[in-house]
Design a protein around this ligand. Sequence first.
Ligand code: KG4
Ligand code: ZN
Length: 343
Amino acid sequence: MNTNDAKKKDILVLAIESSCDETAAAVVRNGREVLSNIISSQISIHTEYGGVVPEIASRHHLTNINGVIDKSLEEANVSLDDIDLIAVTNGPGLIGALVIGVAAAKGLSFAMGKPLVGVNHMYGHISSNFISYPELEPPFVCLVVSGGHTSLVRMESYTKATVLGSTRDDAAGEAFDKVARVIGLGYPGGPKIEKAAKDGNPDAIYFKRVYLEKGSLDFSFSGIKTAVLNFVNSERQKGNEPKTEDVAIAFQDAVVEVLVEKAISAVKEMGEKKLVIAGGVAANGKLRDELARRCAEENIELFLPEKILCTDNAAMIGSAAYYKYIADGADDLSLDAYADIDW
Ligand code: KG4
Ligand code: ZN
């Protein structure tokens, strides 16, 4: 099938995702309709180490990937013969984890004679919105907040993002994970901080919001991690044990405020009316609530993917692959995995 035919008939994508600690496969029709979305999480395995251990992640991907792919086909009620396109995340991510998915996808593509498309994980995250919102089309401003990235981008088309601002140090999710470790909540940090914050007193502690230079759409989250550490240590030296829940809510509020205000500024600066959110941190309830409140005030239309599509999954990769295939065609079997890929 060539890309012209692609515009005429349905395209069923089998998508594979293994960039971090989720082994995932999905079947997606025409970039928008999810027929199956299987996620095998390794959270319980990595919890005992306090974070993702890359070597262990790779081994589990290897053990799980064929079963996850089979299950995605079975749940979608299709066979490999019915699939038009094999898609896989080929970066950014943990290199040893990525290569497992890429090898599986290349094997299937070669054995079945099906086209192969490598997908940038960040475009995948953004594309989760095309599943949650079937009417959504570019251009739009998107806040991408994950464990490895925090950026504000303008999606010019389905396949081209212009970066408006990025973190200069830690990603927002990384800050959640590091602070969770400092205050003894452990891994996975984001959901544990969110849960603890529900019982915190919002007025007990205040951490400074880091906005950088006036007008900047960049972020910096490494300072708040140090601020939390210093606060906890100095309280302990005074003989006080700070309440975990109070630290959690103070940290979460500081990060959320900056994410929300910078995202709103980006939308206004671009003269847009839509704000789209993507990435694992977008599953955070406080961030979702604050975005909804501020977007309503500013008359901005907000797009938030379902929580299961915020964190790593293969359905979003299937969506991004569909649009990449329509725009640029397929990759060949020399497709490689990259720990870092640019936008
Ligand atoms: O997008 P993602 O699943 O993987 C990457 O591409 O990095 O994002 C994972 C990140 C982790 O840092 C995790 O702590 C954070 O997303 N996260 C959350 C929540 N759920 C996941 N952060 C805050 N609140 C949450 N509920
Ligand atoms: Zn991700």
